[in-house]
Design a protein around this ligand. Structure first.
Ligand code: SAM
Length: 216
């Protein structure tokens, strides 16, 4: 199909996952997104030092954060054992500070699987894979219920840029709609922190992502 932005994944297939992880190594703009998230979860005033990542994947963000903030404990949630194996290698020496939690974000009971209440829930390039606005809205609602007062949700994910004539897969949608869904979940003042690699004319599936933040 032409003029379509989306991607098919086989998250439980070892060969696919390793090949995908090798291709998805962090570029400069992706590292800039990690640094932005690192800055916000390192701010004083968060209720505790436990960070939960939704969709640990190959562990690139986890490694970036763990190597730069010695004070936090990290929990990586994913539904793929194969990705846990890749992430364990990526994270390497920091693994003793990491809890791996197997859960499916489509199962509304996923918060019951986490090890403790996080002060920050973070995610990059994962929630669009849930395949619909409703699925993302459900995750936002579960995050609101899970966070303590003063806790923070930061989601960096692929979006559909304004003004495009291209068709995007349903999990990639406009920033304003993300902000609306965050408000519906209960967050009072969700905000756009930054957008990256915007390309409305000739987008690839690896471009057009944004970082949204909401405080409980
Ligand atoms: C692009 S990767 C995340 C990359 C990661 N943030 C990093 O920096 O390395 C997306 C991850 O989301 C996970 N995922 C997709 N759908 C999921 C679901 N329904 N429940 C849990 N994890 C899911 C996939 O298994 C994959 O590991």
């Amino acid at each position: 199909m032409t003029n379509f932005v989306g991607a098919q994944h086989e998250f439980h297939d070892a060969a696919f996952v390793q090949g995908w992880a090798d291709r998805f190594v962090p570029t400069a703009p992706r590292l800039a997104l990690f640094d932005l998230i690192l800055e916000h979860i390192g701010k004083p005033g968060l209720p505790n030092a436990h960070v939960l990542e939704l969709g640990l994947g190959p562990g690139y963000m986890a490694r970036h954060i763990l190597e730069r903030n010695a004070g936090i404990g990290y929990e990586g949630l994913d539904f793929s054992e194969v990705f846990f194996e890749v992430a364990t290698k990526t994270i390497g020496a920091s693994m003793p500070r990491v809890t791996l939690t197997k859960a499916d974000l489509m199962d509304q009971n996923w918060p019951e699987k986490i090890s403790r209440q996080p002060a920050a829930i973070i995610s990059t390039w994962a929630l669009h894979d849930l395949g619909s606005q409703q699925a993302v809205a459900d995750v936002y609602a579960r995050c609101y219920e899970t966070l303590p007062m003063g806790g923070v949700l930061i989601n960096g994910d692929f979006i559909k840029p304004n003004g495009t004539t291209w068709t995007y897969e349903p999990g990639r949608f406009e920033i304003d709609r993300h902000l609306e869904l965050l408000r519906q979940a209960g967050f009072v003042e969700p905000m756009l922190l930054a957008s990256y690699e915007l390309n409305t004319e000739t987008p690839t599936a690896a471009q057009n992502y944004a970082c949204l933040m909401a405080v409980r």
